[in-house]
Design a protein around this ligand. Structure first.
Ligand code: GLC
Length: 752
């Protein structure tokens, strides 16, 4: 079969002759109509389609493809066609007036129809910062920021986060996210620390699975962006857009490694960093962009600048022809102008026509861009796939986000096993500026560029998550600043930390401690004597060493996003803490930069994180009586052995007391040579202790007589030193003396 493909030079020659004679080539006579052109044929190899299309493109077409404008900068929507714009973006917070998924989709389709109205009908590609969910869209699922995802140590989960995000992004038409940031944050002063998975390049590398989540989402696949190339997280002093002063060997070992992994996964685009390497701006670094990224690493996608990134090359505001030439010749393929796109196109064409930018460079850039557009299927399906629009904020995606929140939490302190809290009995006090604030718990890049405190989108605050989980099992009192706390509460949960910020606005050059609002709240709670559980909502490790000894427990929650219930799940034992620090936690801000292996004495080392030493508490009876009454479940795995353990037993009974409340942790040690199958521990209080909640056993009380029976999962106490543990909470007045005697299945135990 003769090939339908006419050699490009024939097409170009006839087109030029036709144009010169003012004759529009008629269909079928020598020159294929665009509608029949090979590049329109999805059965042909992408490379063939690219070659055909490129051969039909004018300099206007090619310059347009390399131009990205912000939606808000367009003089008129028809400029998309008039200037042959290859890409539109939404910078942080650049949203349609009605911020709903369908309005986003309508806006996208409107821009796309303009692009398709051009003679070659090359679809535009729309980019957005979907960096922790589709975070510009009200109602979208907001996932934990990367620092929290790094704490999960779960690459598979992170891939699922990427896929869920891709579905929500696709549901609004958009085809390209400027994510993941593969920044390796080496100084926590940096305002973008939370956009980094870790200080450790290997952990960041492991999390590049999110690229597959974005790009292998079936019909919802979107283009991913590995950013910011390269060394953005390694600047001196952690200054955003600063200077990374490193040897090439260290730059490669610390900052290049994750990009190598992303390229191997086929990441579609790479965004250049604002930062400099040893004084040279990355946006003009031909060695690293062309020789290393495209040559050595074999990157086949396209390189995009950061927002107005080329403007910084000469240190003056705005961009010049020289800056354009420097960046394009360094290997930049698309320029996020993003405002004065008309001037950019004019100067770019001027530089090409003057021979300062080779046509070969222009053609290479276009090949790369067009290849990704063909691979994305934009020529076949250029408009929104509305079947995904309903996935925005869906229950299924929120479930993934809640799982990610649970797994991101790092338990840093848990004195007296105050966590997990019992779900039932007594009163719990919740306080802190971030307890009931979806904006704070989401952080920057949420609805707006910088993010903001307040009820900015739909989701579950941490307080609401606690209320939903506890239900009527206990009284939950909330007061933002802690006013009203007293010793009648069995625990206080303080959710404190940072308010939202993004990029350089988040740089902390001075203190990295808690603000005065938080410190006052914590002081008020501490004064009550109630066990204090601190949940830190922050984009980085904070300087809290000076307050830590006043806290009974500390949980690093990072920036969890909309699913605050995940925090409650862990606080009350529906999930056990499994997060591990992705960043070294400094003893003092003066230690920054502080990283694993640098020999500095950290407060908490990289990789640190506690587990619950006891299994999560069983679910106690649905409607507990004020003082626990015998409950049918959980029943012991078998009835307590008739004979008491020969060789005896040892009981340790430890309490954490405050005001009129206490928690108790009990461990039973079986010193006999035979296992105990099913146990019942009994004692008599001398005082007026009243047990109000319990875990890992069923604890009943009749007057001063107390009986604790094993749960189904800890009924066996192994021989020769085996142990079983359980705990409970209670109230008392006057003394809270340790009982003088305990019996295990009727036999006296020693008291340790
Ligand atoms: C910003 C950020 C970059 C983002 C881009 C578009 O300045 O540096 O991460 O993708 O501009 O919003």
């Amino acid at each position: 079969m003769t090939s339908r493909l006419r050699p490009p030079w024939i097409i170009a020659l006839v087109t030029l002759l036709a144009a010169a004679l003012g004759v529009v080539p008629a269909a079928g006579r020598g020159v294929a109509r665009a509608a029949d052109a090979p590049y329109k044929d999805p059965s042909l190899p992408v490379a063939t389609r690219v070659d055909d299309l490129l051969s039909r493109m004018s300099l206007d077409d090619k310059a347009g493809q390399m131009t990205q404008a912000d939606r808000g900068a367009l003089t008129t929507v028809s400029d998309v066609a008039a200037y042959r714009l290859g890409s539109i973006l939404s910078g942080g917070g650049s949203a349609p007036s009605s911020n709903t998924p369908s309005s986003w989709a309508d806006m996208y389709d409107n821009f796309q129809r303009q692009a398709l109205s051009t003679p070659l009908a090359i679809p535009m590609i729309y980019g957005i910062d979907a960096v922790h969910g589709h975070n510009n869209v009200v109602g979208a699922t907001i996932f934990p920021h990367n620092i929290g995802l790094g704490a999960t140590r779960d690459p598979d989960l992170v891939e699922r986060v990427g896929r869920a995000t891709a579905e929500e992004v696709s549901g609004t038409g958009i085809d390209w996210t400027f994510a993941p940031c593969l920044c390796v944050a080496r100084n926590d002063r940096w305002g973008r620390t939370y956009e980094s998975f870790s200080e450790d390049p290997q952990l960041v590398t492991q999390m590049t699975t999110i690229v597959d989540g974005f790009q292998k989402a079936g019909n919802a696949s979107i283009l991913a962006t590995a950013k910011h190339y390269v060394g953005d997280g390694g600047t001196t002093g952690g200054r955003d857009q600063g200077n990374t002063e490193l040897s090439e060997a260290d730059l490669r070992a610390i900052h290049l490694a994750p990009f190598k992994a992303a390229v191997q996964r086929g990441v579609g685009s790479v965004m250049v960093s604002y930062s400099s390497w040893n004084g040279a701006r990355m946006h003009g670094n031909k060695y690293l962009i062309t020789d290393v990224l495209k040559g050595e690493l074999g990157f086949k996608g396209f390189v995009v600048t950061d927002w107005a990134g080329i403007d910084q090359l000469d240190g003056q505001t705005g961009f010049t022809a020289n800056e354009i030439t420097t960046a394009i010749n360094a290997g930049v393929d698309m320029v996020m102008v993003p405002n004065d796109y008309k001037k950019f196109i004019s100067l770019l064409k001027q530089e090409v026509q003057a021979g300062r930018i080779p046509t070969s460079r222009i053609d290479d850039a276009n090949r790369r861009i067009l290849t990704k557009k063909f691979e994305l299927g934009l020529f076949e399906k250029p408009l929104t796939d509305r079947s995904y629009t309903s996935t925005v904020g869906s229950a299924a995606h929120r479930a993934v986000a809640r799982e990610a929140v649970r797994k991101s939490l790092v338990l840093l302190k848990n004195a007296g096993n105050v966590l997990p809290l019992a779900k039932t009995g007594g009163k719990i006090f919740v306080a802190g500026k971030s307890a009931d604030d979806i904006g704070n718990q989401s952080g920057g890049w949420t609805i707006s560029w910088q993010g903001s405190s307040g009820n900015i989108t739909t989701g579950t605050t941490i307080l609401q998550g606690i209320r939903d989980l506890v239900g009527s099992g206990a009284q939950v009192t909330y007061n933002r600043d802690g006013s009203g706390i007293d010793s009648s509460y069995r625990a206080a949960v303080a959710v404190v930390g940072e308010t939202p910020y993004a990029e350089g606005q988040g740089d902390r050059t001075g203190s990295m401690g808690l603000d005065s609002t938080d410190l006052a709240t914590l002081q008020r709670l501490k004064a009550s004597g109630v066990p204090l559980v601190v949940v830190l909502v922050s984009g980085r490790p904070l300087d809290i060493a000076g307050q830590l000894d006043q806290w009974n427990a500390l949980v690093a929650a990072w920036l969890p996003g909309t699913e605050g219930r995940g925090v409650a799940d862990m606080l009350f034992g529906d999930s056990a803490p499994s997060g591990r620090l992705p960043m070294t936690w400094p003893r003092s801000a003066d230690q920054e930069p502080i990283n694993d292996g640098d020999g500095k004495d950290a407060l908490f080392k990289y990789g640190y994180g506690l587990d619950y030493t006891v299994p999560p508490p069983q679910s106690p009876p649905a409607s507990p009586s004020p003082s626990p009454s015998p409950s049918p479940s959980p029943s012991p795995s078998s009835s307590p052995s008739a004979s008491p353990p020969a060789g005896g037993c040892l009981v340790t009974y430890r309490t954490n007391d405050w005001g009129g409340g206490y928690t108790a942790d009990i461990t039973i040690t079986n010193r006999s040579s035979s296992a105990v199958n099913g146990w019942r521990l009994q004692w008599t209080y001398a005082g007026n202790q009243k047990i109000t909640g319990y875990w890992n056993a069923v604890v009943t009380q009749s007057g001063q007589q107390v009986t604790a029976s094993n749960a189904s999962y800890n009924g066996t106490i192994g021989a020769n030193g085996g142990t079983a543990s359980f705990g409970f909470q209670g109230t008392y007045s006057g003394a809270n003396a340790t009982p003088a005697a305990f019996t295990l299945n009727g036999a006296a135990c020693a008291v340790g």
